[in-house]
Design a binder for this molecule. Structure first.
Ligand SMILES: Cc1cc2nc3c(=O)[nH]c(=O)nc-3n(C[C@H](O)[C@H](O)[C@H](O)COP(=O)(O)O)c2cc1C
Length: 230
């Protein structure tokens, strides 16, 4: 299994620690683990030019230097681990900026077929509150990318991980790791993702969104009998 961890800050604090705990429990010796840190690995904001949606994601001003590499890493991973601390009730700005760059990949536009065979885990920590919204910031994108199975863990850690909360966190991480399917060929999307796909397919069949999107769906054969999870 190929595991890619994308960290929403450069801090190796509580959130990163829990992410690593999870990966250590999940990964076996033959698995590969890669890590990205934001903003180092993608320091640019989305300009909102919509060139990716209307024309071609390769025309994004950030494609050659940053996005090409990250997208290749995302596409080849079987398990995505997104981490971000809660910053003012949401994910970090740099995590949001990365996710913004993938607007074109939302199912309404041009989802990548590989997503429908992937698992993802989103992890967040807060001092006290905001975990639900921060997790939602990440799961919204992953769900609309078409990721087959998404799991989350958010925890209020107060001042950090210490003897008062370590056991609780370790148990939760253990339970999270138990949910991961190690045979990538067995990962297929659940009903929710399939329903979303069929709604988007219906839209593309009827009116389409952009010409680029419609051509994409046609080329994939998704307007016919092909499905991205087969
Ligand atoms: C700029 C900033 C904003 C924050 N906003 C919140 C917040 O809205 N709610 C909260 O409970 N904690 C908030 N925190 C605290 C962090 O979420 C918390 O300390 C978290 O565990 C830090 O994770 P880390 O150790 O991985 O960096 C904030 C911290 C910073 C630096």
């Amino acid at each position: 299994m190929k595991i890619l961890m994308i960290n929403g800050t450069m801090q190796k604090g509580s959130t990163y620690t829990i992410g690593k705990m999870f990966i250590e429990r999940t990964a076996s010796e033959e698995d590969s683990v890669k890590e990205l840190f934001l903003p180092k690995d993608m320091p640019e904001f989305c300009r909102g030019c919509a060139v990716c949606i209307r024309q071609d994601e390769k025309k994004c001003p950030d494609y050659l230097i940053y996005m090409r590499r990250i997208t290749e890493m995302i596409d080849e991973a079987d398990l995505l681990v997104f981490t971000s601390p809660v910053l003012v009730y949401h994910v970090s700005g740099q995590m949001k900026a990365l996710l913004d760059h993938y607007g074109y990949r939302w199912m309404v536009h041009r989802p990548d077929a590989s997503m429908f065979r992937k698992q993802a885990v989103c992890i967040t920590t807060a001092a006290g509150a905001g975990m639900k919204k921060a997790l939602r910031d990440m799961t919204d994108s992953l769900r609309y990318w078409g990721v087959a199975r998404i799991y989350t863990y958010g925890v209020a850690v107060g001042g950090g991980i210490d003897d008062t909360n370590r056991e609780k966190i370790e148990t939760a991480v253990h339970n999270l790791a138990e949910k991961i399917e190690h045979d990538a060929s067995k990962v297929t999307p659940g009903l929710r993702v399939r329903i979303l796909f069929y709604i988007m397919r219906f839209m593309q069949k009827r009116t389409g969104t952009t010409e680029t999107d419609k051509n994409y769906w046609e080329e994939k054969g998704w307007l016919g009998r092909n499905r991205p999870w087969k």
